[in-house]
Design a protein around this ligand. Structure first.
Ligand code: ATP
Length: 228
């Protein structure tokens, strides 16, 4: 199966805050797909409820600013404020509709394997899978790795023809693709960063050097973090 090479990709998430695992995954993905530019795309507002007891995220403007600082010196990576311009809950299907129109071709959308495993619960998953090409990045310590088809409902999986041992798929009518990209991921999460800051533990080794001071100086994750 030949997969079209594309020039521009988008890596979506909350980035609350951006950490070294995000940047490492983004750089690896860009190299693997030969992307000219990979934009890290923070959501304005996650459509999913926070875990019980989890404090609210850092303001979207701050998360975007940290992403800009973190990617400034990294050629080929950038931060995209599209979902903030739109405001409200950030539904990926809406964002991909806009990007597809702007690019005139299906955008490449990157997600970690944990996020992809829940894609059937996203808004309009069937439309989404026909709008963009999806690169699924390996992520450690997130339970047993499931095949791409197993992450989709049977109905969604029927839209695809799978190849390469289930690691790639082509949409039967839209021509978009799914592809697992095996990278050597760092075992870092934003949850871990937030928790460590709340406990006063060191986090510089987890954060991009360009943003460590700004994240800590914001005081965001340190103050009033315990639920009432
Ligand atoms: P949280 O711990 O708050 O859930 P997170 O670390 O998973 O945050 P997100 O902003 O939710 O970060 O992630 C954005 C995207 O990056 C998601 O698709 C996620 O799967 C992926 N991702 C996050 N951390 C890593 C990592 N260490 N390696 C590879 N992909 C990652």
């Amino acid at each position: 199966m030949t997969l079209a090479r594309a020039g521009t990709g988008f890596f979506g998430g909350a980035f609350d805050p951006v950490h070294r695992g995000h940047l490492q995954a983004a750089a690896a993905l860009r190299g693997r797909l030969g992307l000219q530019k990979l934009w890290l795309l923070p959501c304005a507002e996650s459509p999913f409820p926070r875990r019980t007891g989890e404090p609210p995220p850092a303001p979207a403007k701050l998360r975007l600013q940290w992403l800009r600082q973190a990617t400034q010196q990294r050629s080929g990576l950038g931060a995209c404020g599209l979902e903030l311009e739109r405001g409200g809950p950030s539904y990926t299907v809406d964002t991909m509709r806009i990007l597809r129109e702007r690019l005139g071709a299906p955008p490449v959308f990157a997600v970690g394997s944990d996020a992809f495993a829940a894609i059937a619960k996203w808004r309009e998953p069937r439309a989404l899978l026909g709008l963009c090409n999806i690169a699924v990045l390996s992520r450690p310590a997130r339970g047993a790795a499931r095949g791409l088809a197993e992450c989709l409902s049977a109905e969604l999986a029927r839209d695809f023809e799978f190849a390469a041992g289930g690691e790639q798929a082509r949409h039967r009518s839209a021509g978009t693709w799914l592809r697992r990209i095996a990278i050597a991921p760092l075992d870092i999460s934003s949850t871990q960063v937030r928790r460590r800051i709340r406990r006063g533990e060191p986090v510089r080794c987890l954060l991009p050097a360009a943003v460590a001071d700004a994240v800590l100086a914001s005081g965001h994750y340190a103050r009033a973090r315990e639920p009432a």
